[in-house]
Design a protein around this ligand. Structure first.
Ligand SMILES: Nc1ncnc2c1ncn2[C@@H]1O[C@H](COP(=O)(O)OP(=O)(O)O)[C@@H](O)[C@H]1O
Ligand SMILES: [Mg+2]
Length: 309
């Protein structure tokens, strides 16, 4: 179990991480979801023992990484946000080098490199220089380096940024396999779809703080809405506010000129009663769409902003 208590890191006035408490259970894939600048990299750097916290405690099965760094790091695989491979070396040479830094040698190293390359599907390209690789292949190699020594804990910082959808799916599959084999995974992302598809539990973070935490189901239920309504048309913000705000059971989440996002209260009169009132509100409406609540709507409910790429 990873236990984080009172974790804090400030840069001058910027509260990059501002008092985080978190427990990550063995074997789970835990997602840290937040927009750019939320504090994800700062957090993962402190958890992986690279960046010293201003205050707080981080323990892995009771062992404090800042007190016994060598001992803890042996069980830790880290995949940084910035790809950390040598472009002029082959994939295999990168892994040999990385493995030797982790104390692997001889047949043990050979086996680990072979297995890791196989796991990420790069065995055929082992002897090619990394600079000939696609973005997705570099990401997979980056992931490989975190897996080489079969860590008990794997920390991944936005491992799919900048690659195509197919390469992204390949990475998500590898993470699932690694977790299914018993590794505890901490996964940061700003893609809500990834958090939704991959993670057993999710913490939504913004401005260095946890806004909410739970399973996908719990988070969407907690938002208190049964459906989300998106109304698009030719209207201004003031008239949308005026004409929609009186409708009982409709919670306006974001109102702007031409577009309104609203939630249908799970405990209210329901969509069938509310929809006609919206359509007859007198607004010039072009389109109404209905969605199940998802992490996007949870995020908007909590912050009033959209979680964008
Ligand atoms: N070395 C640093 N010096 C000053 N500010 C920093 C530094 N690293 C991060 N920050 C600031 O801390 C906040 C969190 O950054 P970061 O942890 O990189 O967020 P994320 O990974 O979620 O995008 C941002 O406002 C960022 O500008
Ligand atoms: Mg980051």
């Amino acid at each position: 179990m990873i236990t984080i208590e009172g974790l804090q890191k400030h840069y001058g006035d910027i509260k990059a991480v501002d008092g985080i408490d978190l427990e990550i259970q063995d074997g789970e894939i835990f997602g840290l979801l937040g927009p750019n600048g939320a504090g994800k990299t700062t957090m993962i750097s402190m958890i992986s023992g690279v960046l010293r916290p201003d205050s707080g405690r981080i323990t892995f099965d009771g062992q404090n990484i800042w007190v016994e760094p060598k001992k803890v790091k042996r069980n830790l695989g880290v995949v940084p946000q910035e790809i950390a491979v040598y472009e002029d070396l082959t994939a295999k040479d990168n892994l040999d080098f990385w493995g030797s830094l982790h104390g692997l040698r001889g047949p043990g190293l050979k086996k680990a490199v072979h297995e890791a390359l196989e796991r990420v599907g790069l065995q055929d390209r082992a002897r090619d220089r990394v600079k000939t690789f696609s973005g997705g292949m570099k990401r997979r190699l980056n992931l490989c380096m975190g897996l080489l020594h079969h860590p008990q804990y794997l920390l991944l910082d936005e491992p799919t940024v900048g690659i195509d959808p197919q390469a992204r799916l390949a990475i998500l599959d590898i993470v699932r396999e690694v977790a299914a084999a018993g590794t505890t995974v901490l996964y940061t992302t700003h893609y809500m779809e990834e958090a939704q598809e991959l993670c057993d539990r999710i913490a939504i973070i913004d401005h260095g703080q946890i806004l909410t935490i739970g399973t996908l189901e719990a988070l969407t239920r907690q938002s208190g809405e049964s459906e989300m309504l998106k109304v698009v048309g030719n209207f201004d913000e003031a008239s949308a506010n005026q004409r929609l705000s009186g409708i009982s059971g409709l919670r306006l989440i974001r109102v702007e000129a031409g577009a309104v996002l609203a939630g249908i209260d799970a405990s209210g009169p329901g969509l069938l009663e509310i929809l006609p009132q919206v359509l007859e509100s007198g607004l010039s409406i072009d389109d109404v769409s209905i969605q199940k609540p998802n992490l996007q709507s949870v995020f908007i409910s909590l912050t009033g902003r959209e979680l964008r790429d």
